[in-house]
Design a protein around this ligand. Structure first.
Ligand SMILES: [Mg+2]
Ligand SMILES: [Zn+2]
Length: 391
């Protein structure tokens, strides 16, 4: 399996054309479950209470089992889903179905459509004598609100160096979207994300997703904001990075007024060992794939502090891109290491950076210090800096 991506897909209304769980309860209880669903959609009860209540209402007058099974058999799958699973399989990308629905109907639908082998993490229920007896194996794990928190599973299953992709449509997908690096959204989820300003790809069916997935995969897209795309480095980006680091205007505030001055040999060594570093380096690109600079997502050090970094080419400075790149980096960091602090060490002469960090919530930590370069870096000059941190 590839390590760079992991995909999570909601079931009801995403894989199935309709919200089967909701409609099944509604249909076979003469819409008596509608009021509790309305309360859930308004945020007045959580999904656990909603699902438990729906089962209770159902069990008062259980419908004929054969009618239910007949109904489930008729449920359609969203266009393109079979092709999408096939493409991910060929691309060696792991996929999980994550759902707050119940296994008995999810399984029935997946099996009758040839998807019995797909991995899934769902609520459980025994469907017996017409009654639905629910079980919530993941209740209390994660946010404490969801009956089966998608955010919890995504965080648990995603390697920090992987980009988690989430595809959903409903209110119960909100925490899943929050834990993912790339989100596909429609319907209720789209509306919920719009309120928060989170960026997402809109889709109608899986053919839309396939088209965007091809772009994600070919650009090695890891995450994106309004104007910026963080992409993993591919071989042809090497020159762009080296050019960035050899530009004095970019590097003067970190002690290299003429650029790093590294030999080809030194660069070779750096690129060879990149995968083993305790950070992920991204090319910051615009919509059209133009190289704008770099963003570095750093793992927490022994003091639980992350030293992320952004460097932009001179022509992209002073246009708010730095702030936007930092915003995205901080999102990626919070998702992976919610308990760690972030630290930066701007030169005391770099007023622009200090202002930016202040506006992002960083505060000075300690007095001015001086960095003295080692003899291995002849191009470097000393830098007076102050550490700033953000909790
Ligand atoms: Mg759904
Ligand atoms: Zn949750």
């Amino acid at each position: 399996m590839r390590k760079d991506y992991i995909v999570f897909v909601d079931f009801d209304g995403t894989i199935t054309a309709k919200d089967v769980g909701y409609e099944m309860f509604r249909k076979f209880t003469d819409a008596k479950t509608q009021p509790v669903v309305d309360r859930y959609r308004l945020g007045k009860v959580n999904s656990y209470t909603c699902l438990k209540t729906e089962c209770e209402i159902w069990n008062r007058f259980p419908p004929e089992e054969k009618d239910v099974l007949e109904y489930l058999k008729k449920q359609g799958i969203t266009d393109g889903f079979a092709d999408f699973t096939e493409i991910l399989r060929n691309d060696h990308v792991k996929m999980y179905i994550v759902s707050e629905g119940f296994d008995f109907y999810i399984e029935a639908i997946l099996n009758s459509n040839g998807f019995s082998k797909l991995d899934r993490i769902t609520n459980k229920a025994v469907y017996k004598n017409g009654e639905i007896l629910p079980d919530f194996p993941f209740l209390g794990q994660g946010c404490g609100e969801c009956s089966n928190c998608k955010g919890f599973h995504i965080k648990k299953l995603t390697d920090p160096k992987s980009s988690a992709i989430f595809i959903g449509d409903g209110h119960s997908d909100f925490h899943g979207a929050g834990a993912a690096d790339i989100v596909f959204a429609k319907s209720f989820l789209k509306k919920d994300l719009e309120k928060t300003g989170r960026n997402y790809f809109e889709y109608g069916d899986f053919y839309d997703i396939i088209e965007i997935w091809r772009e994600i995969s070919s650009r090695k897209l890891f995450a994106f904001s309004e104007r910026l795309f963080f992409c993993r480095i591919s071989g042809n980006r090497r020159n762009d990075f080296e050019n960035l680091w050899e530009t004095g205007e970019v590097m003067k505030n970190v002690g290299y007024p003429q650029g790093l001055g590294w030999s080809n040999q030194r660069y070779d060594k750096f690129w060879e060992t990149l995968d083993r570093k305790s950070f992920v380096l991204f090319a910051v690109e615009d919509k059209n794939g133009r190289f704008m600079g770099e963003a570095k997502l750093s793992f927490p050090d022994e003091d639980n502090s992350c030293s992320h970094d952004v460097k932009l080419l001179p022509e992209y400075q002073g246009k708010g891109y730095g702030r936007e790149a930092w915003g995205l980096l901080m999102e990626l960091s919070r998702r992976r290491w919610p308990d760690s602090i972030m630290s930066v060490t701007p030169s005391v002469e770099n007023a622009v950076a200090i202002e930016l960090y202040k506006s992002l919530g960083f505060e000075f930590d300690g007095e001015q210090r001086e960095w003295i370069p080692s003899s291995e870096s002849p191009a470097a000059v000393p830098v007076r800096y102050r550490r700033m941190i953000k909790f």
